[in-house]
Design a binder for this molecule. Structure first.
Ligand code: SF4
Length: 316
């Protein structure tokens, strides 16, 4: 469990500091992660540190960091390390972010070259303080990677750009290979878990990507273990399919600290398997549903499968 205080002694989540501690459930045997001790991990860590990059792997305290970084698979987080939202599940620092660091655009592109990434995932904090929500910065990063490493496929995991007119369209037009935006949880949980967001806005964002650029792959994810029912999850799957989402990820919610939303229960590996079967039957091109699935987990290999699945569906 990570600390609520960052290394500069500023509370990471001032808005949660007054909340009572929640009861923490003991993790089941199937939530096992690799310790971050390998050589590959240290190499990735050095590149990230030397370039002053921010990763969601560290900021979100992702359980897969030992495995992913060993394989030089890191997810870069742009637009700073401070988020203007305060979701109940998220470990990213909240507060008023600093100005946008334009130098980050080239630093990310050089890291892609240095790490020899064939597929890169770029995400960001929410930047409700910026007039475009950070859309221009996203497009600049995409363009810089294309220029420096034209063969690298690019997956973005964006915020919802709520009330930022034209922002989503700007990012779609930069033509990432995969446009990911997570619905995160079922609509009933939104006020409690994702209070600054709107379920139908997020769904509409995904649909907008398909309308504007039908060839762009869309992807979205859900966390489970937050008190949702199986029927509610199936309804979200149907909503995603209506919006044309290609790739669904489902993973177990893990509580970053006692001040975050409590884990209501641990979903069993068998239940995840059943979700995968149902989702495939509903027509998703690709599904990843395991306890440790995260949006960017195995994104490189999954992208190849996603592309192959589309070709197969089209009869190639
Ligand atoms: S699953 Fe994603 S966020 Fe987690 S360590 Fe891997 S790349 Fe980073």
């Amino acid at each position: 469990m990570t600390t609520l205080i960052d290394n500069k002694k500023r509370p990471r989540h001032p808005e949660k500091a007054h909340k009572p501690d929640t009861k923490v459930l003991r993790k089941p045997a199937w939530i096992r992660v690799k310790a971050p001790t390998s050589r590959g991990f240290s190499k990735t860590n050095k590149i990230v540190r030397d370039k002053g990059l921010v990763t969601v792997c560290q900021e979100a305290a992702c359980p897969n960091i030992g495995e992913c970084w060993e394989k030089a698979h890191a997810t870069f987080m742009i637009l700073g390390d401070t988020c203007t939202r305060a979701c109940a599940f998220c470990n990213i620092k909240t507060g008023l972010p600093g100005p946008v660091n334009n130098a980050e655009v080239n630093e990310i592109a050089s890291a892609v070259v240095e790490m020899d990434l064939k597929h890169v995932v770029i995400t960001s904090v929410d930047r409700d303080d910026l007039s475009d929500g950070g859309a221009l910065h996203f497009t600049n990063v995409i363009n810089a990677i294309r220029k420096k490493s034209s063969e690298t496929t690019i997956e973005i995991l964006t915020p919802d750009f709520l009330r930022k007119k034209g922002a989503v369209e700007m990012v779609i037009d930069a033509k990432p290979d995969v446009f990911n935006h997570n619905l995160e949880t079922v609509p009933r949980n939104y006020l409690k878990i994702r209070p600054g967001a709107r379920y139908y806005h997020s769904l509409r964002l995904l649909e907008r990507v398909k309308e504007r650029d039908p060839e762009q792959f869309t992807k979205s994810g859900l966390m489970v273990g937050l008190g949702e029912s199986k029927e509610e999850i199936m309804q979200v799957m149907d909503d995603m399919r209506v919006a044309g989402v290609d790739f669904l990820t489902i993973g177990q919610y893990l509580q970053p600290t006692r001040k975050h939303a409590a884990v209501e229960r641990f979903v069993t590996p068998e239940e995840f398997k059943a979700f995968e079967t149902i989702a495939r039957a509903k027509g998703f091109l690709m599904v990843s549903a395991t306890p440790l699935t995260r949006s960017s987990y195995h994104a490189d290999a999954d992208f190849k499968q996603l592309r192959a699945a589309r070709l197969t569906k089209r009869g190639h």
